[in-house]
Design a protein around this ligand. Structure first.
Ligand SMILES: [Zn+2]
Length: 170
């Protein structure tokens, strides 16, 4: 993907050096579009491989229900792309889980899950933002990597939901 990004930057530089609307510019614009296409395809390949691997190797897949805003309202292109990737990722997980007879449990996003100590269940209000990467549970002293701790909470919640029967399976 890195080389494709470099290729895109190069083709875009060439495009910006050409007279807008000219035949050369139109030709170059198609080149740029082709690289965008290649990047999108490469992303899709990665998403397919990743989701197939996850679904084949796990019976229960817990995912966070990220609130994704309206893409059209989103001016930031790279953010919009990552949101599209996330949607594709989730869609693939869901239909592949269906194929393989696995379960996807969607957990509503809430800040509490990142504040919750996965070791003892204590809520650490000091963990307020995603910028906190690591913390020590004040109640039990456990060391946490924020992302890993939140993932463990997500997993526990997914299992709990399945156990009580409210699956939330899509
Ligand atoms: Zn704790």
């Amino acid at each position: 993907m890195g080389t494709l990004e470099a290729k895109l930057a190069k083709e875009q530089r060439i495009l910006s050096g050409r007279e807008k609307g000219s035949a050369n510019w139109k030709e170059q614009r198609i080149r740029v579009a082709r690289v965008h296409e290649q990047i999108a395809n490469a992303r899709a390949v990665v998403l397919h491989k990743t989701t197939t691997m996850i679904v084949k190797n796990h019976d229960i897949i817990g995912i966070e229900d990220l609130r994704i805003g309206n893409l059209l309202k989103n001016a930031n292109r790279s953010r919009a792309i990552s949101e599209v990737s996330w949607r594709m990722f989730r869609t693939m997980l869901e239909y592949k889980a269906d194929w393989y007879g696995k379960q996807v449990v969607v957990i509503a996003k809430n800040v509490a899950s990142s504040q919750l100590c996965s070791s003892c269940g204590h809520t650490n209000k000091a963990v307020e933002s995603l910028s906190v990467r690591e913390w020590n549970g004040p109640a039990c002293g456990s060391f946490h990597d924020s992302a890993l701790n939140a993932s463990i909470n997500l997993k526990n919640e997914a299992i709990r939901r399945l156990t009580v029967g409210t699956t939330g399976v899509a």
